[in-house]
Design a binder for this molecule. Sequence first.
Ligand code: NAD
Length: 352
Amino acid sequence: MTRFVAELRMPRVVFGGGCRRELPLEVDRLGGERAYVLGSPEQRDQLEECLELLAERGAGVLDRAQMHVPRECVVAARSEIEQARADVLVAVGGGSAIGLAKALALETRLPIIALPTTYAGSEMTPIHGITEAGRKRTGRDPIVLPRTVIYDPELTFALPLPLSAASGMNAIAHAVEGLYAPGVDPVTCLMAEAGIRAFAAGLPRVVALAQDADARAECLYGAWLCGSVLGSATLGLHHKLCHTLGGSFGLPHAETHCVVLPHACAYNYEAARGAMAQVERALDARYAPRGLFELACRLKAPTSLSDLGMELADVDHALDLALQDAYPNPRPLEREGLRELLQNAIQGVAPS
Ligand code: NAD
């Protein structure tokens, strides 16, 4: 076993069908008296339900969270939570809702209780981000790590099936890159492999029946594990590429991860054989890139960037951007290899 340093900081986790009803107890546990509920407009019903559950501890609700946390959204939300004299932030939703709560926590140091409704995993990380003048800046600060995470699978019943599939593949990407991250510790690797296995079992059942409570629970368990990997490992090519494609070509977050992952794995395959063997074990596949591609096909999730709006003519610009910064990756970054990766991802070619 090679040398490693492990720093696994986890929030308190409350997990199970219907456990959102324990929200008021969790606010009490943090010594809170005025909890403010935050989320996206599409989830107004779930936000209202949480406010109702909070009863006299509820200080208000705001439904203006947006993808990538625009600065103006944070400024407006801060004014509202200050007027309401909130002492706890309750984020209900996916990475957008939790991202807004994190940006507010960074400024106000208020504690966060997160109720995740996607599989993106932001609730398990100290990573925050804010978008200003078209540029997203990210950082890490333990103050933004939620104090408590309430995983209630019932909150994910309404997650649309295409988004369930793409969000699950997005979470698997955290685990895959965690497995070959430099200096990764063995506990994080255990979580990564178990997380991929949970999604490989749960996602096909969710896609067959959106309200399959066991399958939804299995996926949320996977989200917890894969999110924890994201929180503790340094990520490589796959995440940087998706970040570039999302930021510069306006591609949707989870779907982009879903398409790029098999091709990023094919690029890294020979340089990360140990990690790939773990992915293969978790997926019960003979070749990890192909196993991931076939899982996406089985879930009817996107498999080509051209379906998401990217064209072959965009490749050179994308390569320029992807090669601008150095970052750790098992295989060195080579323009021609990356060109092949992007061309295959745009055309949706199955890795072989
Ligand atoms: P999202 O939070 O943007 O949600 C996508 C859409 O699905 C929204 O309209 C939302 O209202 C809706 N939705 C979510 N859950 C639902 C449910 N259960 N029922 C019905 N509708 C539902 O999507 P996401 O993929 O979770 O988050 C993406 C964002 O999170 C990106 O900005 C990404 O950069 C960020 N992110 C951050 C981290 C981190 O560690 N900081 C980790 C992962 C993702």
